[in-house]
Write a protein that binds this ligand. Structure first.
Ligand code: SF4
Ligand code: SF4
Length: 337
């Protein structure tokens, strides 16, 4: 495993580390097997969140007795002082530790800056938790380039890490991430596999690792096999050849910018549609020559794209501004319901 320093935090992290979103679709036994694999392959940076339902709890149980082998990061979407104070306490309890290495303001949009950094804001609670030795470093995660720019340009004295989507088809944050690095902030690439939309994970992880804008990437992993797959890929993080760069260009052309990253922020759907899984099944139908399998899995979903009543509630929650209603119409047309 290649290790790199996460900006001025001084933390030495595996260049390809662990994103904990998929743990919420897992169980306690599988989480233990995932953490066993992380330990075996030296993937030492574990990122989770208060918002990932059971992820913190399952990881906490699996980390019992080996907490010191890992660096832990979590995050909360609350913006007020009392709420953040409470959430840091819950994260510590869930993760069964008295210290979390990095704690982040989760998915911070421009409109929340004044509250989060105000006198009664979440940042104050994080600064206090840091002074009390409960957390080591304070970070921010963002999905909009404007929010990322504001953090880097105006808050680099207080914020030590930034996490932002970065992959073959999403490099709109590259320039500002590079500036973040120059300012000593640690840079973390979320969604290095574009939410599972990039089939060639070796190429995808090498693309991110070769960037001078990124310190580490945290692909989401939900099984020991996925840990092994990414760890094996991480053994070779050599820069891309001319031919591979052309391959990336072709992928950009094919995928465009309107694709679901499977982050789940759009939930809950008014009529119960599992939006990312509807899109995923359509991807399988189109890309993997697994049409019959995809039709079977789609049939097993509780609610289908064709049931969308076009209320639009999900679209206001999607950080990528996807036209979910239109996209679901496409899914319904492809499957027929
Ligand atoms: S627009 Fe459709 S998919 Fe979105 S919340 Fe409403 S019913 Fe659900
Ligand atoms: S539709 Fe948007 S919010 Fe929902 S999972 Fe996909 S990218 Fe995330």
């Amino acid at each position: 495993m290649n290790y790199v320093q996460l900006g001025r935090t001084g933390l030495h992290c595996a260049a390809v580390s662990f994103g904990g979103i998929p743990i919420q679709r897992s169980d306690a036994a599988n989480t233990r097997a995932v953490v066993d694999a992380l330990e075996r392959y030296g993937m030492n940076y574990i990122d989770t969140a208060r918002g990932y339902t059971v992820s913190e709890e399952y990881l906490g149980a699996a980390l019992e007795g080996r907490r010191d082998k890992f660096l832990l990061a979590s995050k909360s979407m609350v913006r007020d002082y009392e709420g953040m104070k409470r959430d840091v306490g819950i994260s510590l309890s869930n993760l069964r530790t008295d210290y979390i290495d990095v704690y982040q303001l989760h998915n911070l949009p421009l409109k929340d800056f004044d509250q989060a950094f105000g006198p009664q804001g979440a940042y104050r609670a994080l600064a206090e938790a840091k002074a009390e030795g409960k957390i080591g470093h304070i970070g921010v995660t963002a999905h909009s380039a404007d929010a990322l720019r504001k953090i880097v340009e105006e808050y680099s004295d207080r914020i030590e890490t930034v996490m932002f989507p970065y992959n073959i088809v999403e490099n709109q944050g590259e320039e500002i991430l590079r500036l973040a690095r120059e300012k000593g902030m640690g840079t973390i690439a979320m969604k290095p596999l574009a939410g599972g939309n990039l089939d060639d994970w070796k190429l995808a992880l090498r693309y991110v690792a070769a960037s001078d804008a990124i310190d580490i990437s945290i692909p989401g992993m939900g099984s020991p096999e996925e840990v092994e797959r990414n760890a094996t890929a991480a053994e070779d993080l050599s820069p891309l050849t001319e031919q591979e760069l052309e391959q990336c260009q072709a992928i950009r052309k094919e995928l465009g910018s309107q694709f679901c990253r499977r982050c789940g922020y759009c939930a809950p759907c008014t009529v119960g549609i599992d939006i990312p899984n509807n899109f995923l099944m359509a991807n399988y139908l189109r890309k993997y020559d697994l049409a019959d399998w995809a039709r079977g899995r789609y049939a097993g979903l509780a609610h289908h794209a064709g049931e969308c009543v076009e209320c639009g509630a999900c679209e206001s929650r999607c950080p990528y501004q996807l036209p979910i209603r239109e996209m679901l119409k496409g899914v319904a047309a492809e499957f027929g319901y």
